[in-house]
Design a protein around this ligand. Structure first.
Ligand code: FES
Length: 247
């Protein structure tokens, strides 16, 4: 596939074409083909294919873009257009562990901004950067749909609930020291690259490790059970406003 899209705004988040390093080999190409074969329209596989590229190269590499374009028969500009649209695709190498701090409304109210500032200081990097030893990258996250556990942090997309500055320090220290860390509602943390391989569609058999829904998420269900509330049947007609008011 000839030519690639070169941004006129290199600092705006385009793929780094100065770094041509890659670990993509024939096995990766076979796996990219396998992913493309899972969809009626092969092009639908592009998102998981990009996750696979990240699992191998630790970022969206120029070679990864070419490989996806070749397998799908589309242009590299089309691939990089997708890769640079979504924030889960990294244009620079992510850390061995990728840490996110949610600072959207509820987490912000509960201290998310303080956690992010503290993490920046602790790691000596800004958001969007990786520690010089490559151990941790840091990202400001939008709402993770975990507001009932605000403020939340994430490591490799696994939740760390009800965080405090002290808990955040402990988490970062353990990650920096390569000590075992377990998500509040998920699995033992492996590495960002391993998590990316799972997101690509190659399960590691650990999806059911740890609890899934916690008490805060189930509070509504518990109240409904106590009060014997039931959801209306799927084909039930909506109640008239006067009926609703009478209930
Ligand atoms: S605002 Fe942070 S998870 Fe929703």
């Amino acid at each position: 596939m000839s030519g690639h899209f070169e941004s006129h705004f290199p600092e705006s988040g385009s793929v780094d074409y100065a770094d041509q390093s890659t670990n993509i080999d024939e096995t990766t190409i076979d796996e990219l083909r396998e992913l493309a074969g899972r969809y009626p329209q092969p092009r639908s596989a592009l998102l998981p294919m990009l996750h696979l590229v990240q699992s191998v190269d630790g970022r969206i590499s120029p070679r990864g873009i070419e490989a996806c374009a070749d397998v799908l028969g589309i242009t590299t500009a089309q691939v990089s257009g997708v890769a640079t649209f979504y924030t889960m695709y990294k244009r620079r190498p992510a850390g061995k562990q990728h840490v996110g701090v949610c600072t959207t409304a509820l987490c912000a109210v509960m201290g998310g901004d303080i956690l992010l500032e503290r993490a920046k200081k602790r790691l000596g990097i800004d958001e969007g950067q990786t520690t010089p030893d490559g151990q941790i990258s840091l990202e400001r996250l939008e709402c993770n749909a975990a507001c009932d556990y605000a403020p939340v942090m994430m490591v490799n997309w696994e939740f760390f609930d009800n965080m405090t500055p002290q808990k955040a320090d402990e988490l970062l220290d353990k990650l920096l020291a390569d000590e075992e860390v377990v998500s509040s509602r998920g699995a033992v943390i492996t590495t960002w690259k391993e998590a990316e391989r799972v997101l690509a569609g190659f399960p590691d058999g650990r999806a059911d490790e740890g609890p899934s829904a916690g008490p805060a998420s189930l509070a509504g269900v518990e109240i409904a059970r106590e009060k014997n509330w039931k959801a209306p049947a799927a084909d039930a007609k909506p109640a008239a406003p006067e009926q609703e008011a009478a209930q």
